[in-house]
Ligand binder design. Structure first.
Ligand SMILES: [Zn+2]
Length: 200
Protein backbone atom coordinates (compact mmCIF):
# COMPACT_ATOMS: atom_id res chain seq x y z
CA UNK A 1 0.00 0.00 0.00
CA UNK A 2 1.14 3.52 -0.66
CA UNK A 3 1.54 5.04 2.79
CA UNK A 4 0.52 8.45 1.51
CA UNK A 5 -2.96 7.03 0.91
CA UNK A 6 -3.45 5.84 4.46
CA UNK A 7 -6.12 7.64 6.43
CA UNK A 8 -5.98 10.44 8.94
CA UNK A 9 -8.88 11.48 11.14
CA UNK A 10 -9.70 15.20 10.98
CA UNK A 11 -11.05 16.97 14.07
CA UNK A 12 -12.53 20.44 14.17
CA UNK A 13 -11.27 22.97 16.69
CA UNK A 14 -13.53 21.46 19.33
CA UNK A 15 -11.92 18.04 18.85
CA UNK A 16 -15.06 16.69 17.17
CA UNK A 17 -14.32 14.26 14.31
CA UNK A 18 -15.63 15.64 11.07
CA UNK A 19 -13.80 13.93 8.29
CA UNK A 20 -11.26 11.37 7.16
CA UNK A 21 -8.54 12.38 4.76
CA UNK A 22 -5.40 10.97 3.19
CA UNK A 23 -2.00 11.24 4.80
CA UNK A 24 -0.87 13.33 1.86
CA UNK A 25 -3.64 15.90 2.39
CA UNK A 26 -3.12 15.85 6.15
CA UNK A 27 0.57 16.68 5.73
CA UNK A 28 -0.33 19.45 3.36
CA UNK A 29 -2.76 20.97 5.88
CA UNK A 30 -0.24 20.73 8.69
CA UNK A 31 2.60 22.06 6.56
CA UNK A 32 0.51 25.10 5.58
CA UNK A 33 -0.41 25.71 9.18
CA UNK A 34 -4.09 24.99 8.63
CA UNK A 35 -4.00 22.04 11.01
CA UNK A 36 -1.92 20.58 13.82
CA UNK A 37 -1.07 16.96 14.48
CA UNK A 38 -2.66 15.46 17.60
CA UNK A 39 -0.90 12.66 19.45
CA UNK A 40 -2.58 10.08 21.72
CA UNK A 41 -1.89 12.34 24.71
CA UNK A 42 -3.97 15.09 23.07
CA UNK A 43 -0.86 17.23 22.58
CA UNK A 44 -0.81 19.18 19.34
CA UNK A 45 2.15 19.92 17.07
CA UNK A 46 2.86 22.19 14.15
CA UNK A 47 4.89 20.75 11.29
CA UNK A 48 8.31 21.65 12.68
CA UNK A 49 7.51 20.32 16.12
CA UNK A 50 6.14 17.14 14.62
CA UNK A 51 9.29 16.61 12.56
CA UNK A 52 11.29 16.89 15.78
CA UNK A 53 9.18 14.10 17.24
CA UNK A 54 10.83 11.71 14.80
CA UNK A 55 12.90 9.13 16.55
CA UNK A 56 11.46 9.93 19.97
CA UNK A 57 8.32 7.90 19.75
CA UNK A 58 8.06 4.32 18.61
CA UNK A 59 5.59 5.34 15.93
CA UNK A 60 5.53 4.37 12.32
CA UNK A 61 7.41 6.85 10.18
CA UNK A 62 6.85 8.02 6.67
CA UNK A 63 9.48 9.32 4.28
CA UNK A 64 9.06 12.97 3.25
CA UNK A 65 11.36 15.47 1.56
CA UNK A 66 12.22 16.54 5.09
CA UNK A 67 13.30 13.06 6.05
CA UNK A 68 11.45 10.52 8.12
CA UNK A 69 8.49 11.94 9.98
CA UNK A 70 6.20 10.11 12.40
CA UNK A 71 2.96 9.17 10.73
CA UNK A 72 0.12 11.30 12.07
CA UNK A 73 -3.15 9.51 12.80
CA UNK A 74 -5.24 12.49 13.85
CA UNK A 75 -5.10 16.19 12.96
CA UNK A 76 -6.90 19.19 14.38
CA UNK A 77 -8.11 22.01 12.14
CA UNK A 78 -7.13 25.45 13.35
CA UNK A 79 -8.93 27.94 11.21
CA UNK A 80 -12.63 27.26 11.40
CA UNK A 81 -15.10 25.30 13.42
CA UNK A 82 -17.22 23.49 10.94
CA UNK A 83 -20.24 21.73 12.38
CA UNK A 84 -19.99 18.03 11.61
CA UNK A 85 -22.42 16.92 9.01
CA UNK A 86 -25.04 14.89 10.79
CA UNK A 87 -26.70 13.46 7.76
CA UNK A 88 -25.41 11.09 5.23
CA UNK A 89 -25.64 11.91 1.57
CA UNK A 90 -28.05 9.74 -0.40
CA UNK A 91 -26.27 7.50 -2.88
CA UNK A 92 -26.76 4.04 -4.30
CA UNK A 93 -23.66 2.83 -2.53
CA UNK A 94 -24.82 4.23 0.80
CA UNK A 95 -28.22 2.50 0.47
CA UNK A 96 -26.48 -0.87 0.00
CA UNK A 97 -24.34 -0.10 3.02
CA UNK A 98 -27.33 0.98 5.15
CA UNK A 99 -29.21 -2.21 4.30
CA UNK A 100 -26.06 -4.31 4.75
CA UNK A 101 -26.45 -5.91 1.35
CA UNK A 102 -29.60 -7.62 2.60
CA UNK A 103 -32.84 -7.78 0.63
CA UNK A 104 -35.36 -5.76 2.63
CA UNK A 105 -38.20 -8.05 1.56
CA UNK A 106 -36.92 -11.62 2.02
CA UNK A 107 -33.92 -10.97 4.24
CA UNK A 108 -31.41 -12.70 1.99
CA UNK A 109 -27.91 -11.33 2.04
CA UNK A 110 -26.11 -11.40 -1.30
CA UNK A 111 -23.16 -9.95 -3.18
CA UNK A 112 -23.89 -6.57 -4.66
CA UNK A 113 -24.00 -7.96 -8.19
CA UNK A 114 -27.05 -9.99 -7.16
CA UNK A 115 -28.90 -7.07 -5.62
CA UNK A 116 -30.98 -4.21 -6.94
CA UNK A 117 -32.25 -1.01 -5.49
CA UNK A 118 -36.03 -0.95 -5.28
CA UNK A 119 -38.32 2.06 -5.10
CA UNK A 120 -40.80 1.07 -2.37
CA UNK A 121 -43.43 3.31 -3.94
CA UNK A 122 -42.60 2.90 -7.63
CA UNK A 123 -41.50 5.94 -9.57
CA UNK A 124 -44.45 5.39 -11.87
CA UNK A 125 -46.70 6.06 -8.85
CA UNK A 126 -44.79 9.15 -7.85
CA UNK A 127 -42.25 7.50 -5.53
CA UNK A 128 -39.14 9.57 -5.01
CA UNK A 129 -35.50 8.55 -5.09
CA UNK A 130 -34.53 9.18 -1.48
CA UNK A 131 -33.46 7.41 1.69
CA UNK A 132 -37.07 6.88 2.78
CA UNK A 133 -38.25 5.28 -0.47
CA UNK A 134 -35.35 3.17 -1.75
CA UNK A 135 -34.26 -0.17 -0.34
CA UNK A 136 -31.89 -2.95 -1.21
CA UNK A 137 -33.71 -5.84 -2.85
CA UNK A 138 -32.72 -9.16 -4.35
CA UNK A 139 -33.39 -9.57 -8.03
CA UNK A 140 -36.10 -12.16 -7.38
CA UNK A 141 -38.08 -9.94 -4.98
CA UNK A 142 -37.60 -6.98 -7.28
CA UNK A 143 -39.06 -8.99 -10.13
CA UNK A 144 -42.01 -10.23 -8.05
CA UNK A 145 -42.79 -6.72 -6.92
CA UNK A 146 -42.67 -5.22 -10.39
CA UNK A 147 -44.19 -1.77 -10.65
CA UNK A 148 -46.36 -2.21 -7.55
CA UNK A 149 -46.32 -1.10 -3.95
CA UNK A 150 -45.33 -3.74 -1.35
CA UNK A 151 -49.00 -4.06 -0.32
CA UNK A 152 -50.11 -4.67 -3.88
CA UNK A 153 -47.35 -7.25 -4.35
CA UNK A 154 -47.99 -8.82 -0.92
CA UNK A 155 -44.45 -8.17 0.15
CA UNK A 156 -43.54 -6.87 3.56
CA UNK A 157 -40.56 -4.65 4.32
CA UNK A 158 -38.25 -5.91 7.05
CA UNK A 159 -38.12 -2.35 8.34
CA UNK A 160 -39.15 1.08 7.21
CA UNK A 161 -36.27 2.73 5.37
CA UNK A 162 -34.93 5.89 6.98
CA UNK A 163 -32.05 8.26 6.54
CA UNK A 164 -29.14 6.90 8.56
CA UNK A 165 -27.55 9.06 11.19
CA UNK A 166 -24.22 10.56 10.38
CA UNK A 167 -21.23 8.65 11.59
CA UNK A 168 -17.53 9.02 10.99
CA UNK A 169 -17.57 5.54 9.49
CA UNK A 170 -20.03 6.56 6.84
CA UNK A 171 -17.71 7.25 3.96
CA UNK A 172 -14.80 5.09 4.88
CA UNK A 173 -14.95 2.42 2.26
CA UNK A 174 -11.59 2.31 0.58
CA UNK A 175 -9.94 3.96 3.55
CA UNK A 176 -7.52 2.29 5.84
CA UNK A 177 -9.32 2.76 9.14
CA UNK A 178 -7.13 3.05 12.21
CA UNK A 179 -9.53 2.16 14.97
CA UNK A 180 -7.02 2.00 17.78
CA UNK A 181 -5.58 5.47 17.33
CA UNK A 182 -8.92 7.06 16.52
CA UNK A 183 -10.89 5.43 19.32
CA UNK A 184 -10.49 8.12 22.00
CA UNK A 185 -11.64 10.82 19.58
CA UNK A 186 -14.55 8.90 18.14
CA UNK A 187 -15.97 8.23 21.60
CA UNK A 188 -17.08 11.88 21.58
CA UNK A 189 -19.46 10.97 18.83
CA UNK A 190 -20.50 7.64 20.27
CA UNK A 191 -21.61 9.29 23.50
CA UNK A 192 -23.57 11.79 21.43
CA UNK A 193 -25.27 9.02 19.57
CA UNK A 194 -26.66 7.50 22.72
CA UNK A 195 -28.70 10.61 23.29
CA UNK A 196 -32.45 10.15 22.71
CA UNK A 197 -33.41 10.73 19.13
CA UNK A 198 -36.66 12.00 17.76
CA UNK A 199 -35.74 11.26 14.19
CA UNK A 200 -38.73 9.98 12.28
ZN1 LIG B 1 -35.48 -10.78 -1.70
Amino acid sequence: MNMMNSSVLVLNRSFVPIHVTSLRRAFSLVYRGAARVVNPQYETFDFEAWVREAGQSGQEVVGTPRGEVPMPCVILLRSFNRIPRRHLRYSRHNVFERDRYTCQYCGNEAPRAQLNLDHVVPRSLGGRTCWENVVCSCIECNRRKGGRTPEQARLRLLRQPTRPRWSPWANLSGHNVRYKEWGPFLSVIDSGRRAPSVEA
